[in-house]
Design a protein. Structure first.
Length: 491
């Protein structure tokens, strides 16, 4: 591949590129850009190593055109910025002053270190990698995995900014062995209809429970042996068999092995007040001898009648003690938790253990409204991890995680949350739960909006999730998602 310089001067030595910050500033602050003289193949891998020398932005152009100068670039741009730790995918159309961010995440990485960037395009399917995790082992998850339909062909390029970065080892490889995706060997998000997913794996079968946003008087579940083929929805709970008054939400099911009993936690509402018309939300429970129900309440009462709660995610520790996270309201949504007793289908909260474990503090959690919710706890290497949703569902709704030494905290949020975030093609990516495959690997389930402009009906997605070892702290959770291209089946 032959390269040419547009914009501020770049020193080109074979497959390596450097630029002077002074030259860039001299050239009317134009960035230093290298472009291929010919178009890339239709299907290709484009990669290089990048070193961030300063706090500015740099990255790779693909399926782009820019021979008329830096100010007239069109195409896609995959960038990193050492100043704010951001990694972005953008659509660029300089002549129309159109620069649209299609994906935006933050990650830990440093200046003056070499990292690998890689773009893979097969048809409209794009996977983009930035290998910032020093100890990450295969499979290395791409930062973005989306379908791009704006530009079908184009050239490749490097943006060195105003000397913020340098590149080496630039390489372009044509992909000729195109994978064939079928209903038997792959899946593509979204997978099925539903919201507020919960996933239970029991005796070789996955049970996927969900809120039916069309009929909120019941709960249903899908079943699957392979996470590819799903049954028709099975009604597992009717509102008349439990506490509440319509608008039944967030079914969460856990198996109590010592009782051979399944417990379901959910949220519903009181009847409208005859004077004000207002209703209150509470968390209730039901139980069943079968994962497909019928689930029925033994008490026909919520866990707390004197305070509003929604959610209800259970966790049973290795010592058999059980806990429940709920959402309470205080000028926004907060996550609380307490220990519970579960016996003979009845759940009793131990209120002397009640603790507030999370409030919205981060900008992404406060977009449109102050919200943290969910709160799914699990244990890894002796620590308690909690994945949770942040922000209003109409805002920057996504998933983060926090870590504690005890089930009831205190929890410390991960610095680079969210770990799952909406893109320019998916909105409302959150309310996540997890399951594990037979080999111990993790899968995250979550829901997304119907489209980028319509919230309902929501649909359920899933993608791989894993722990990545860090050199100076506890493992961090990384998600391969939200994906928008066909994915190889996970089991």
């Amino acid at each position: 591949m032959e390269w040419m310089n547009i914009g501020a001067p770049v020193e080109i030595k074979g497959d390596s590129f450097t630029a002077s910050r002074a030259n860039a500033l001299f050239q009317s602050r134009e960035p230093s850009i290298v472009f291929s003289k010919e178009w890339a193949p239709a299907n290709f891998t484009f990669e290089a190593e990048i070193k961030l020398n300063a706090g500015g932005e740099a990255g790779m152009y693909f399926r782009a055109q820019g021979k008329n100068g830096a100010r007239w670039l069109t195409g896609y741009y995959f960038s990193v910025n050492a100043k704010d730790g951001s990694v972005k995918l953008s659509k660029v159309n300089g002549g129309d002053s159109d620069h649209t961010v299609l994906g935006h995440m933050t990650f830990p990485f440093e200046k003056d270190k070499w990292y690998t960037m890689r773009v893979q395009m097969i048809g409209a399917y794009a996977k983009l990698w930035f290998n910032n995790f020093e100890l990450e082992t295969a499979p290395i998850y791409p930062k973005f995995d989306v379908t791009l339909k704006h530009f079908s062909r184009g050239a490749l390029g490097f943006n060195l900014g105003d000397g913020a970065a340098e590149f080496r080892g630039a390489k372009v490889t044509e992909i000729t062995d195109i994978p064939v995706f079928t209903d038997e060997n792959s899946y593509q998000n979204p997978v099925v209809y539903g919201a507020d997913p919960d996933i239970l794996y029991h005796n070789g079968t996955y049970y996927l429970y969900f809120t039916d946003t069309q009929d909120m008087s019941l709960f249903q579940c899908y079943t699957s042996k392979d996470l590819i083929h799903w049954s028709e929805p099975i009604v597992v709970f009717h509102g008349v068999d439990g506490w509440g008054n319509n608008e039944y939400m967030s079914p969460n099911v856990i198996y109590r092995e010592d009782e051979d009993l399944f417990y379901m936690f959910y949220a519903s509402h009181t009847s409208p007040d005859p004077v004000t018309g207002r209703r209150e939300a509470h968390v209730a429970f039901a139980s069943s001898k079968s994962p497909t129900g019928p689930f029925k309440s033994m008490t026909m009462k919520p866990l707390h009648e004197d305070v509003q709660e929604i959610g209800g995610h259970p966790f049973i520790d290795e010592d058999g003690r059980a806990y429940l996270t709920v959402v309470r309201f205080n000028k926004g949504n907060e996550i609380w938790a307490y220990e519970i007793k579960m016996k003979d289908g009845v759940v009793t909260p131990l209120d002397d253990t009640l603790v507030k474990i999370m409030v919205p503090t981060e900008p992404w959690e406060c977009d449109y409204a102050r919200i943290v919710e969910g709160g799914v706890i699990f244990k890894h290497k002796g620590l308690y991890y909690m994945i949770y949703a942040g922000s209003h569902y109409k805002g920057d709704y996504g998933e983060g995680f926090a870590i504690a030494e005890k089930p009831l905290g205190p929890y410390k949020k991960y610095k680079y949350n969210p770990i799952l975030r909406a893109t320019g093609f998916t909105r409302g990516t959150g309310d996540s739960v997890y399951t594990r495959k037979a080999n111990g690997e993790y899968i995250m389930f979550y829901h997304q909006h119907f489209s980028t402009t319509e919230i309902s009906p929501r649909h359920i997605c899933y993608d791989p999730m894993k722990f990545v070892e860090m050199p100076d702290g506890p493992d961090v959770i990384v998600v391969h998602g939200p994906t928008g291209t066909p994915q190889e089946k996970l089991i």
